[in-house]
Design a protein around this ligand. Structure first.
Ligand SMILES: [Zn+2]
Ligand SMILES: [Zn+2]
Length: 193
């Protein structure tokens, strides 16, 4: 079963989130909304589209799952339009970020909490974000496989360790929203690890 994330979602009330598919690599940019505040995950391209979707809401923070350009290319424009600060793990640090994420860090977001999981492998500073039973997995975990480890800084042993130790400990019901393409669940992927 592939979880349909093609449309606007209303899942963990009162949190609402929306997926925008942006850029030539069809990256998923997620906008999480809780009341009148929002968090943007992976402003990968097409800043106008992201800014429009986030208009009228206070953007508390911009999070990047990792430092590849297809996840951060619209960062400068989105920051300028929203006034929000941006955070990424220190090991993927690049121009434009204000804050460094750490493994296990909790980000308060309205009535919700976002937990940062450092999941190196696709990149050294790759992170996944968990909120309730929703996991935003960046390019670490996809339906039927894991992210490419052949780029600079990629590490096949590390990504398997990250997935086994950080993601496969989550419940089967955890919904997985990756950095590209359709979603899945932890239960659906468990047999591969
Ligand atoms: Zn990537
Ligand atoms: Zn990507």
């Amino acid at each position: 079963m592939v979880v349909d994330i093609s449309t606007k979602l209303r899942y963990n009330e009162p949190m609402v989130f929306e997926r925008l598919v942006v850029g030539g690599l069809e990256s998923n940019c997620y906008i999480l909304k809780s009341g009148d505040i929002a968090i943007i995950i992976d402003p990968g391209a097409e800043p106008d589209k992201i800014i429009k979707a986030a208009s009228g809401i206070e953007i508390q923070l911009i999070l990047a799952t990792h430092g590849h350009y297809d996840h951060i290319d619209a960062l400068t424009e989105v920051k300028k339009a929203t006034g929000a600060q941006a955070a990424i793990h220190a090991l993927d640090w690049t121009y434009g970020f204000d804050l460094k994420l750490q493994d296990g860090q909790i980000i308060e977001f309205g009535d919700e909490k976002i937990t940062v999981l450092h999941t190196p492998g696709h990149t050294p500073g790759g992170c996944c974000f968990i909120i309730g039973t929703d996991l935003f997995s960046g390019d670490t975990l996809f339906p039927g496989g894991y992210g490419n480890v052949s780029f600079r800084g990629g590490d096949g042993q590390a990504i398997l360790k990250s997935i086994k130790e950080k993601l496969m400990v989550l419940s089967d019901q955890t919904k997985v929203y990756p950095g590209h393409g359709p979603g899945t669940t932890i239960g659906q992927e468990r047999s591969l690890y």
